[in-house]
Design a protein around this ligand. Sequence first.
Ligand code: NAD
Length: 469
Amino acid sequence: MTHYALLIDGQLQTAEHLDEVLDPATEQVVGYAARASEAQVDAAVEAAQRAFAAWAADPQARRHALALAAAILRENSQQIAELISLEQGRPVRFTLGEVAGAAATFDHYASFETPPAEVLRDDEQRLVRIERRPLGVVAAITPWNVPIILLVLKLAPALHAGNTLVAKPSEHTPLSTLLLGHLLKDVFPAGVLNIVAGDGAIGERLSRHPQVRHITFTGSVATGKNLYAGAADDLKRLTLELGGNDAALVLADADIPAIAESLFWGAFWNSGQVCFAIKRLYVHQSLFEPLVAALVARAEKTRLGSGLDPDTELGPLTNRQQLERVKALVADARAHGAVVHTGGTQPDGPGYFFAPTIVSGIAAGVALVDEEQFGPVLPVIAFDDVEDAIRQANASPFGLGASVWTRDVARGEAIARRLDAGLAWVNQHLDVHPGAPKGGYKWSGLGYEGGLRGYDAFSDLQVINIARR
Ligand code: NAD
């Protein structure tokens, strides 16, 4: 059984404690992750601080290293994808896509030109120019649902901008990130990229270290709020990519046979463990029956299984806690009178599987509608009046994504603009353009990731003001 080491100051380091990581499909041990001690977290941050000045001064070396990282990910994509699949549960064909996306992200930043300094004044008396300066040590804390791409979306722009970084993956899926550290060990100068593993306490130690200047976090609202409060003491910068409860609105003119497959995957991809999955489906009452029938038919032919089986469409939930949460939400919905059209059960045998589940007969006020289920259970809610559907969609503390499904694209766009969501789609859900700034409204986040707005978060601005005479 393989042990996966930490990466600190350019060295692979083991630890006093090893955490076993389970395959959620079999509940068998996949491997052991070194759990960083507090001293190792501090050592990683201090190494990153020491490496900062030389790294910040050499943009050419940064570009070169990012291009090399892309190549190494591509060369090792099968190994990384299989490990993600083993610890997270998603089928390999999807985790291969995740690794390809991570390699493309490294490539994108390898050739990314930093926007030129803005000149506000340049005449005989004055030169006034706005420049960017890297921040220093960045702490990147990531969740378990899509571990590698979510890390690289932070890592690549942060390092490109001249910062150094300490990453901490989720305790549920640390192995693929530790493998990445192993593969990239010699790509970056010692201390530029460090990886420590452990639970929330290790994340807290890292996020509160006085030498950390920026925290970039993807995860739950509860942890995001904790980090926000903790960052206040030291006025650390932070970017928060948090949970969602995305609504999809299916209007009366929608073409159900044409959209049912996309709606299904919008809700159930990665067994619903996606921040911006469809988590509430509002449908015009005239289409309620055909839509539920189409989704039930699709759900019932879905092949559940191990991510390593090439026939699998949906894997298990990633961990037992998440399975228990999903089961509890379904039980609570039933207690509130929900109709479970299909699913609602955990299949026999080992693993954290839950059948894709379609539920109706509940509305706001029931946890399955109000909260983020983050699992393969979709509540379908009928509406009469689209204004009422818009109101219900927006009556949520979340605001990550939302979509409108209609044959009338102009009307769809007009409604999409009224939805309180950082990502608003028409006739699709989940697609994110690589240049798009991804950010949530309300409790779904703070700041942006991706695009120029996301890149900006990894620099401070400095106004250079020179008197010429
Ligand atoms: P989580 O908040 O439980 O954990 C995320 C990370 O934070 C883990 O590495 C964990 O160890 C660490 N952590 C926990 N407590 C901490 C603390 N006090 N201080 C510092 N670090 C701490 O989230 P999760 O359950 O791993 O992930 C699922 C959540 O992530 C869902 O809500 C999902 O919507 C959200 N998510 C959001 C996005 C997005 O882009 N908006 C993307 C993916 C997932």
